[in-house]
Design a protein around this ligand. Sequence first.
Ligand SMILES: [Zn+2]
Length: 261
Amino acid sequence: MILMRICPREFKYTVFLSFDLDAESAEVYMKRDPVSMSFGRYSVKIGVKKILEVLGDHGLKVTFFTPGWVVEKYSDVVGSILGDGHEVALHGYLHEKLDQLELEEELLVFKKSISAFERILDFKPKGFRAPYWRFSGNTLNILFEEGFLYDSSLMDDEKPYILEHNGRKIVELPVDWRLDDWPHLEIHRLPPKMLLEMWMEELDYAARNNGFLSLTMHPSCISRGARIRVLTRILGVLEETEAWTPKGCDLASRIIELLGK
Ligand SMILES: [Zn+2]
């Protein structure tokens, strides 16, 4: 069955807004230098506050994908995200490259991360996004075993779908590098207005086709200085163009409602 339209009738199209709150987890894992670590730490010191304020101005509830280590170390910041009604979903333990781990090591990553969520936040995460969007050959099986509702790491579609494997199902909320702030702003160092222009084009295309768009942002990247205006402008456009902007867990539940039977 082909999914033509996801959003409820009162909206025109669907946009999945998500933030990958890595803090300095990747740098700790790679044993990087203090300055590199401070770059990631900006997100928990400054970035999240700026983003929560902008989201609050627009009354939006979104999803933050967060490593288990960040949940442990910055439980106050993660608590402020949950306190504002957003979803916190899983993003590795220390931002590992899962494809470089043996099965036992990967199982331990999931065990430690889920335990951090249960111990500190008092819930098991429903959603998962692989750090660097890299799966191992075992990742999908582990997601099924752990009973995740959805994943958001694959790039083979422009709309959410249900992934079936050995009779088991998980919702996939697909992503794409062009819809991620990191390569544009941190690798290619594009001016924010160029990113805005690219994403406006994508929003327009999705709106005109009653389609779907998944935007991935990083608090250590999109909130720095004037870049926050990219987010502010986009949220304004989402409002003007009647976009449905659900949290990942709510979007996944709707996909099951529409396609799951
Ligand atoms: Zn990440």
